[in-house]
Design a protein around this ligand. Structure first.
Ligand code: CMP
Length: 134
């Protein structure tokens, strides 16, 4: 079994879509190992998204992701990283296919409903930031 991480972003939590998104994950047979609603500090957000540091959208990304509560889930499933990325869809909801989370709940490139780890290594790093006591 592989582990991965998904984070439901502030606008989806604000719009009360976290229940529907978690239901979709369960229907797709992801096992929820751990789940936490929290608000990123500025420093945690910068560490979480450090691969994007220096990119033109980085400062907006940090201020957006710290603007309200998010819900982080540690998930487990066979080929979890790949299967979750397929279920989530591409970064820009405008490119997303019907049935994907970003098609259903995303608004634009920044408010794209969720973040999902892009590799097992990213999942390890992101899980360590969100669930530091593990
Ligand atoms: P996420 O999967 O959380 O990873 C980084 C986020 O940066 C991405 O989703 C988008 O919400 C956001 N972002 C904003 N602008 C861009 C851009 N031009 N290219 C990629 N990601 C962007």
């Amino acid at each position: 079994m592989e582990k991965t991480f998904i984070m439901i972003k502030p606008e989806a939590v604000n719009n009360k879509k976290q229940g529907e998104i978690i239901d979709l994950l369960l229907k797709n047979r992801f096992e929820v190992v751990e789940m936490r609603q929290f608000r990123f500090t500025d420093g945690e957000a910068r560490r979480f998204y450090d691969i994007h540091e220096g990119k033109p959208f980085f400062e907006d990304l940090v201020s957006y992701i710290t603007s309200g509560p998010v819900v982080g889930l540690h998930l487990r499933k066979e080929h979890a990283v790949r299967v979750l990325r397929t279920l989530v869809g591409p970064t820009d909801p405008a490119d997303a296919a019907p049935g994907t989370i970003r098609y259903m709940y995303g608004t634009d490139l920044q408010r794209n409903a969720v973040h999902a780890s892009d590799s097992p290594e990213s999942a390890e790093k992101e899980l360590a930031i969100v669930f530091p006591e593990d």
